[in-house]
Design a protein around this ligand. Structure first.
Ligand code: ADP
Ligand code: MG
Length: 559
């Protein structure tokens, strides 16, 4: 008898048994179209669903061997297959699930092309009547629905070669463009024709009828990519770029697209040619966050509480101190560019106008505003800034480029803004020049040995995109706009354990995170769980979001 019929028979015979009988399913079965591997069986009908895998040999699949030669190709092909399966399951099944990818093409664990096989990781809700096994329904689910799904999908019969090739070609061209940004001296590229606005505040899909992006002539640049394709668009150069314009003219929408441009987007997203250096970090105010030993002294000193701002520690930061903390941590994690929107900034962190400088003398004001430091950040540390500032011209004198948004269309107005800034400087007496060397000290934080370990033995666990539960405390990640997917959060939760274990009282936080991520990139997402607990719900995070999660851990203690 074939294994498929055997499994069918086993399930039929289980019908009516206690739910625990399903545990016997753990193992591997040849179902014809695919092999089924049952890795983990849920303990009762209300527990998280069971983990299964469908495995198809690469040679028998419709995936062309030449499309899986490199890691980059495999990422794109796996992404294509995962989207195809997710779309089919959304329509066809309530009991089989695959983690649904968002608009970004990320390295994920839901579909893995490894050696000579394609592996699809899914969950199955094994059917129950009360707390009893519904054997016949389970047999239909696992021996009929599942193989039919795989058969019909892009893995086999449902492959559309042209679409696959286009998907892979786009991905490789995007990676090529990322690689060319540095040699062109750019930190971001926004393609002509891009559609930046989203359908709504809660949808990441493109706005229908959105006005297509058009680069100002002075910033237009052209790339020739590996497939031979050429793209044109606005290059945002290294240095300080200020985006201005009237309210509701599309400033924040542009910045948000640049922020997301650290990840490649799929074709049709509207942002597939918005590409930003992968180590650009969005900085915002986040009052209420915790901080441990962060050097915010370039921005804040002499707090009335007497707190040491070279090793700022709090359970509850204010608007300005939280933004300074976020910025200092981004530098610690190696950011080469900062992205800042007035909408989500603390005004007193960003600027201070003349009248206020007159009323409150520098000696009584702990804050050196960002406007006084943004130049030094670039000149002394090579860190660029893209900034949205519609409400203040304070940044004109320190900007390399000023771009004005007018009805969603950008125009370069650098010269005009400079002339205005020069006139104002002449009228003002004694505009004080900020002191150099503020960023000379590099505050490498050394966490105390084992400080992240909790009394409870439970490992940290992700709850959606925004939260990681670590012991009794929640780590709040809601204000990390470049953490884009719950699957990344799930991977960060697992990484926290690794990073925590490597804190020996001598390793710096930056180094611990860097090492953990290097190992992950080298060994792949499965290395986070090991072969006994394979998961399909992980995606590769950036170093910056891992660093941010550790930094928000309320148990973090710095020596
Ligand atoms: P600002 O930051 O300049 O005040 P926003 O970026 O918040 O403006 O945009 C204001 C509104 O305009 C938003 O609802 C946004 O979705 C919409 N919008 C932005 N860019 C475009 C565009 N290119 N085409 C159509 N609508 C847009
Ligand atoms: Mg705005």
């Amino acid at each position: 008898m074939r294994e498929r019929e055997q499994l069918q028979q086993t399930l039929n015979q289980m019908d009516g048994s206690g739910y625990g009988a399903y545990k016997r399913l753990v193992g591997r079965y040849d179902l014809g179209a695919c092999d089924l591997v049952v890795d983990h069986v849920q303990s009762d009908p209300y527990a998280p669903p069971s983990s299964i895998r469908a495995v198809v040999s690469l040679a028998e699949s419709s995936v062309p061997a030449e499309a899986t030669a490199t890691r980059e190709q495999r990422t794109a092909v796996a992404d294509f297959l995962a989207r195809d399966l997710a779309a089919r399951l959304a329509e066809a099944s309530r009991d089989l699930r695959i983690t649904r990818p968002g608009q970004e093409v990320l390295e994920r664990s839901s579909v893995v092309i490894d050696g000579d096989a394609v592996e699809v990781r899914m969950t199955a809700s094994l059917p129950a009547a009360g707390r009893r096994v519904k054997g016949r329904a389970a047999a239909r689910l696992l021996t009929e629905e599942l193989p039919r799904l795989i058969e019909d999908s892009a893995l086999l019969e449902g492959m559309d070669r042209e679409r696959l090739d286009e998907h892979v070609r786009l991905h490789l061209d995007q990676l090529d463009l990322y690689g060319q940004l540095a040699e062109r001296g750019l930190i971001a590229f926004v393609g002509d024709g891009a559609v930046l606005p989203r359908r709504s505040g809660v949808s990441d899909l493109p706005l229908e009828g959105g006005v297509a992006f058009r680069s100002p002539a002075s910033l237009r640049t052209k790339f020739t990519l590996r497939s031979g394709r050429t793209v044109t668009g606005m290059g945002i150069p290294r240095g300080v770029t200020v985006i201005v314009g009237g309210g509701y003219h599309g400033k924040s929408t542009l910045l948000r697209a640049v922020e997301r441009g650290v990840y490649p987007h799929l074709g049709g997203d509207g942002r597939e040619w918005v590409l930003t250096v992968p180590d650009a970090v969005s900085i915002r105010a986040e009052d209420g966050r915790a901080a441990a030993g962060v050097d915010i002294s370039p921005f804040i000193s002499d707090l009335p509480s007497g707190a040491d701002t070279a090793a700022f520690t709090t359970a509850n930061a204010s608007g300005s101190t939280s933004q300074a903390t976020n910025l200092a941590e981004a530098l610690e994690a190696g950011a080469s560019a900062l992205l800042i929107d007035e909408d989500t900034s603390a005004t007193n962190f960003m600027i201070r106008d003349r009248a206020m400088r007159e009323l409150i003398p520098a000696g009584s004001e702990p804050i050196t505003p960002f406007v006084d430091r943004v130049r030094a950040l670039f000149d002394e540390r090579g860190v660029s800034t893209v900034l949205v500032a519609g409400g203040s011209g304070a940044f004109f004198p320190v900007a390399d480029h000023v771009v004005a948004m007018d009805t969603y269309v950008p125009e370069e107005v650098t010269e005009h803004a400079r002339r205005i800034a020069a006139r104002h400087a002449a009228q003002d007496d004694a505009a004080e020049a900020p002191a150099a060397g503020a960023f000379a000290r590099s505050g490498e934080r050394i966490p105390a040995r084992g400080c992240l370990r909790s009394e409870e033995r439970k490992p940290p666990r992700a709850r959606g995109r925004e939260t990681i539960q670590a012991g009794k405390e929640d780590i709040d990640l809601a204000y990390l706009p470049q953490l884009v997917d719950g699957a990344q959060t799930a991977a960060i939760a697992l990484l926290l354990e690794r990073v925590g274990a490597s804190l020996d009282g001598e390793t710096s936080l930056g180094e611990a995170v860097r090492r953990a991520l290097e190992a992950l990139e080298e060994e792949g997402l499965d290395s986070l769980t090991g072969p006994r607990r394979i998961r399909g719900d992980l995606a590769l995070p950036r170093r910056h979001e891992v660093h941010a999660a550790v930094s928000r851990h309320r148990r973090l203690r710095v020596r």
